[in-house]
Design a protein around this ligand. Structure first.
Ligand code: T4K
Length: 370
């Protein structure tokens, strides 16, 4: 019998019949988009769940990043990480901003704050760190640098839904935080995203920018874009939110099964787990060190031949793509840790429906080859 395909992730889908009443409401109201009732309810429910005061929904995380940059009028150069999904740096290019890549800390895999100051120039206006895999950045050090040099901080928090540190939501840090609700994320609305704003005034500006810059029927105050979330996505978000704790608990259990199963396999190193708060277990990255019998790409291929579709998040580095490669900060010599981690990382399947037997199957393939 053909083995079940295991993907790096699978979206969490609540029972279909529970979604029908939401669709009936939409059919009844005939409001399909433009900040309708589902949109308003989801903004409020997410504020409550995440423990933040102001949140603006978006049609995806990438447009939310663009609007965050526009809202704060960021120009010139922005310091960011090469170890992320390409949307992080692409959002800068779309705004005509030059990304300046700084290396990561090899353990947290987040921007290394100790290297940020050396990359600041008179053109630097902001820092855009990523809470990679949902592990919080060194927010205090980053804020200290931002305060010293009068820089803005926009967190790409695409992976950090529901993550809390000792003081509360990790999304409260910086000037703005941007979430993704893509199908592959811990919390999804098919496609979607959000910006966490510090105050009502900033949210109002962001709400205008995501709706073409319109303020009323006859006024347009800025060259905004169409970044609105539609009512079906918002309704799905409301239903999804009812299952989020269950889903996080399942992820946590899978994370534990992997850590126990992979312990003691020479050359397989599970990435550091975030302690000191609430993690979301959005990814399960392992590093394939030279002591392992196979190289990372060989293990990737072996897993694939066993119908296990692990992913090399994040390889290649953003800085390796042609539109970034020529930049001085993209040089590999400037990014030794990111280069090494990117060459060794493999994200194993993790999603709520994965069973203990599925995890054992993945572990067994890795163990047998050791
Ligand atoms: N910043 C960061 C740090 C990000 O990670 C992302 C997105 C963004 C910004 C931008 O946010 P959005 O604009 O996307 O909201 C995926 C996602 O498309 C992307 O959202 C995500 N990061 C990135 C890390 O991963 P791919 O090209 O690897 O996805 P794909 O289609 O290969 O999907 C991976 C696996 O998931 C598939 O093998 C099967 C499963 N899958 C996927 C989809 C789309 C499903 O089972 N169902 C599905 O509908 O980029």
């Amino acid at each position: 019998m053909a083995e079940k395909k295991l993907f790096v992730t699978q979206p969490n889908l609540p029972p279909l019949d529970e979604f029908i009443p939401y669709l009936e409401d939409i059919w009844q109201s005939r409001v399909l988009t433009n900040g309708g009732p589902m949109h308003q309810r989801l903004e409020q429910s997410l504020c409550e769940y995440l423990g933040v005061d102001h949140l603006a929904l978006f049609n995806n995380g990438t447009i939310a990043l663009l609007v965050a940059l526009q809202a704060l009028r960021i120009t010139g150069e922005v310091i960011t990480t090469p170890y992320s999904f390409v949307a992080t740096a692409h959002s800068l290019l779309w705004r005509g901003i030059k990304p300046v890549f700084v290396d990561i800390d090899p353990l947290s895999m987040n921007l290394d704050p100790a290297l940020i100051e050396a990359a600041i120039t008179p053109h630097t206006t902001a820092i855009m760190p990523v809470h990679c895999y949902g592990n919080p950045c060194d927010v205090e050090q980053i804020q200290r640098i931002a305060d010293t040099y009068n820089l803005r901080v926009i967190y790409d928090a695409a992976h950090a839904f529901g993550v809390r540190d000792a003081g509360g939501s990790v999304l409260r840090h910086g000037d703005l935080s941007v979430l993704s609700f893509h199908a592959t994320k811990v919390f999804n609305t098919f496609e979607g995203g959000a910006i966490i704003c510090p105050d009502a005034q900033t949210k109002q500006r962001i709400d205008q920018l995501k709706n073409f810059g319109i303020t009323d029927e006859v006024s347009v105050v800025a060259p905004g874009i169409n970044g609105k979330m539609n009512e079906i996505s918002a309704a799905f978000g409301l239903l999804q939110l009812e299952y989020i704790e269950q889903s996080m608990a399942a992820r946590r259990q899978i994370d534990t099964w992997y850590r126990v199963g992979l312990a003691g396999i020479p050359g397989i190193r599970c990435a550091q787990v975030f302690a000191g708060g609430k993690a979301n277990y959005s990814y399960f990255p392992v590093l394939v060190d030279p002591q392992y019998s196979l190289k990372r790409d060989e293990l990737y291929a072996l897993l694939k031949s066993n119908e296990i579709y692990a992913r090399r998040y994040f390889f290649p580095l953003i800085s390796e793509f042609s539109m970034y490669q020529g930049m001085p900060s993209a040089h590999r010599g400037n990014l030794p840790h990111a280069t090494q981690v990117s060459a060794r990382v493999l994200c194993l399947p993790i999603y709520p429906d994965l069973t203990e037997a599925d995890v054992e199957r993945v572990v067994e393939v890795i163990r047998r080859a050791a």
